[in-house]
Design a protein around this ligand. Structure first.
Ligand SMILES: [Zn+2]
Length: 266
């Protein structure tokens, strides 16, 4: 009888303890958002840090710049709030998985960033953001942007997509970054030269991107690091299978919810 009572008391004690631990875990304030974490990465020369937001959406940081490309509406309100600074937003084309006018305007109002945009996006943003910060992109051109933090150069070509799409090789802090939107291969990519890092689409849900097109882009750009996005796991794998005998590039099938830091220059 007495033993039973002691057992009873122990059980109640254990139950209380478990409840306290569970409550502590569940009631914990949410941790830093990924965007906050991205800003806290210490970068040395030649390094880039980036996060993937889904589709072709990325935010990357070099020593002096923060650049968002095709961020669409892929950031939560909390993440937009956590954007400390933004040097430049780039939009490759107007499809909704790449561009959202309200998000672009919100980030612009918060940071005063430059916005470099394909023509249809440029027109959609005209009147919503300051004209002197809005830059229209055209294929075959190079544009130099003079920011407080320094100069960013954009080398631009037209890609292959159901609507007009701009692909870019961006130079910032001595790093050469290629972003392929969700485009198919275009021979004009060859004119861009070497990329230190290339963000390449392998397919889904784009009607024009494919593993084979991404392979051709990679062969033209000969990147040190290839980041695969805008595609299924099978499409990423098919790209990797095909490229590994042809290039020595490091290949990253990118995931959301992670911070990546890559050293691109010695
Ligand atoms: Zn598209």
């Amino acid at each position: 009888m007495r033993r039973q009572r002691i057992l009873h008391v122990i059980l109640i004690f254990v139950a209380i303890l478990v409840s306290i631990v569970l409550a502590a875990v569940l009631l914990q304030p949410p941790g830093k958002s990924l965007v906050e974490e991205l800003y806290s990465v210490e970068l040395s020369r030649g390094e880039v840090a980036f996060i993937h937001l889904g589709y072709s959406g990325v935010i990357l940081r070099t020593g002096n710049f923060t650049i968002g490309i095709d961020v669409a509406n892929l950031l939560s309100e909390k993440e937009i709030k956590d954007i400390r600074e933004m040097s430049l937003l780039v939009y490759t084309h107007i499809h909704s998985d790449h561009f959202n006018a309200a998000t672009a305007q919100e980030i612009f109002e918060k940071t005063g960033c430059f916005i470099a945009a394909e023509q249809a996006v440029y027109e959609a943003l005209s009147g919503r953001v300051s004209a002197e910060k809005l830059v229209k992109l055209e294929g075959g051109e190079s544009r130099e942007l003079y920011l407080r933090e320094g100069k960013i150069t954009l080398h631009l070509v037209y890609g292959v997509h159901p609507v007009q799409i701009i692909l870019l090789l961006l130079e910032a802090d001595g790093l050469r970054v290629f972003h392929g939107g969700d485009s198919g291969y275009s021979p004009s990519i060859r004119s861009l030269g070497h990329a230190d890092i290339a963000f390449l689409p392998t397919g889904d849900p784009s009607p024009s991107a494919s593993p084979g097109d991404a392979v051709k882009m990679a062969l033209d750009l000969n990147p040190s690091v290839i980041v695969l996005f805008h595609g299924s796991k099978a499409q990423h794998n098919s790209f990797t299978d095909e490229i590994k005998s042809k290039l020595a590039s490091k290949i990253i099938p990118v995931e959301t919810g992670k911070i990546y830091v890559e050293k691109l220059l010695p």
